[in-house]
Design a binder for this molecule. Structure first.
Ligand code: SF4
Length: 431
């Protein structure tokens, strides 16, 4: 058996568990209450549907497997080690894990000469490319909660991705500066966005600029032009009257602290990084005379932790190859979906500890899966090792979507499934 290197954390003794941090989306709300009995965990307060699905899922009974047959854990670890040792270019994908898990993946990729890429990197790179080339002014969840007087939500279904965003950040009764803070304006830019969260005592006007979502760039560019004092000579932009864009520009200029919100996974169309760039530039322009900020959401499945740990360990966020013996960064070349499509790599190692939906892509490559029980699989992997979810089955740490806070996740004692970091560490030791 491997020599486990870290403690899974001590499960709570009481049946009622308070101040629980939720790892099931990038917000990492830390005020949940759960109850635990012989049937498992139950979310009793402050949980959204995602949290209930995540915490209350049954994960007992899953066994390590090699070629679809149950084996003991040591045998599965040895089989995974052998496959990695024989591989010339292992691809480490998925990466749905916490800080410890990512550190362990990077160490293993370094030792085995592999490539690392998170399953949701494509969305994250809509931000990274702007951050790397132009820079931006962004805010934190706490700043937005306390200071924003207008939220401009850009083509992003925030309520679906982060069901408590409006409750925790927008519709809060008090702010740091007032017990009776003013109402806030919410502007939805884009057709068909779920606006059901935008209600409550702090919500004032709710305005919609109904453009098609994939034409958000045109509206953002027109808004940027208005703010810069170079208005367009047209009557409509992407179906939105220019007068409405102009009115929004004036609101933003008069506001004390407008916050522009987008979620990179929602901007799922070509060249969406240009939209992030336009928004970032107009925020910079507003800061010449006043104050404004961007707020990027997303970051589910441990994506923010993966990017942050990748940056501090290797100097680059993700899509890094260690094949040459040093970190080699190329966000196009080392995109695992592209590499799989081009027949590159000879082994896929997939890690998914939060959601059963983050299954590995269909591939002819032999695959090692370290996954939460019930993970959706396209075929039978060579090796499957069930792992725990940080914050439910073992303790851990995860970085919140605004990149400024890393939150401790507790062992709630849901199961005794092992930590991904321990399995990866055992493989690295054996390699
Ligand atoms: S909004 Fe996200 S972090 Fe908050 S309870 Fe729901 S899934 Fe968990």
């Amino acid at each position: 058996m491997p020599n486990w290197t870290s403690s899974p954390g001590t499960p709570p003794k009481s049946n009622a568990i308070t101040d629980v941090a939720c790892p099931f989306c990038g917000l990492v709300c830390d005020d949940l209450e759960l109850a635990k009995d012989e049937t498992g965990l139950r979310v009793t307060k402050n949980g959204c549907d995602k949290a209930v699905a995540g915490f209350e899922r049954k994960v007992d009974g899953a066994k390590p497997q090699v070629d679809g047959h149950d084996v003991d854990l040591a045998t599965a670890i040895q089989a995974a080690t052998d496959l990695i040792r024989q591989s010339s270019l292992p691809l480490y994908g998925g990466l749905g894990t916490d800080v410890d898990g990512i550190r362990a993946v990077l160490a293993l990729a370094d030792k085995s000469g592999g490539v690392v890429d998170h399953a949701l990197s494509e969305a994250q790179y809509r931000n990274f490319r702007v951050l790397q080339t132009r820079g931006w002014i962004t805010t934190t969840l706490t700043e937005a909660r306390n200071r924003a007087d207008i939220f401009i939500i850009l083509a992003s279904d925030v309520h679906k991705l982060h069901p408590r965003f409006f409750e925790r950040i927008v519709n809060v009764e008090q702010s740091l500066f007032s017990d009776t803070p003013a109402k806030r304006t919410i502007v939805f830019v884009g057709k068909g966005l779920d606006q059901s969260g935008a209600k409550g005592p702090r919500i004032g006007e709710v305005i919609t600029l109904p453009c098609e979502l994939d034409r958000i760039g045109e509206v953002a560019a027109a808004l940027a032009a208005e703010i810069r004092g170079a208005p367009l000579a047209v009557e409509t932009v992407a179906g939105v009257p220019l007068a409405d864009v102009k009115a929004l520009a004036e609101r933003c200029q008069k506001a004390a602290y407008p916050v522009f919100v987008w979620a990179p996974p929602s901007l799922d169309f070509p060249n969406a990084d240009l939209i992030v760039s336009t928004i970032s530039d107009l925020v910079k322009d507003l800061n010449v005379k006043g104050r404004a900020a961007g707020l990027s959401l997303g970051g589910n499945e441990g994506g923010i932790s993966a990017g942050a740990v990748g940056s501090w360990q290797s100097g680059f966020p993700l899509r890094v190859s260690f094949a040459s013996g040093k970190p080699d960064y190329d966000f196009l070349r080392y995109a695992i979906p592209r590499m799989l499509g081009a027949g590159e790599g000879d082994l896929l190692v997939w890690l998914a500890s939060f959601s059963p939906d983050l299954g590995p892509p269909a591939t002819k490559l032999p695959t090692i899966v370290l996954g939460t029980p019930g993970l959706k699989l396209a075929g039978t992997p060579k090796v499957f090792i069930p792992i725990g979810t940080p914050g439910a089955d073992h303790a851990g740490r995860i970085i919140r979507v605004d990149n400024v806070v890393s939150l401790p996740l507790r062992n709630l004692g849901r199961s005794d499934l092992p930590k991904a970091a321990d399995i990866l560490g055992a493989i690295e030791l054996a390699l």
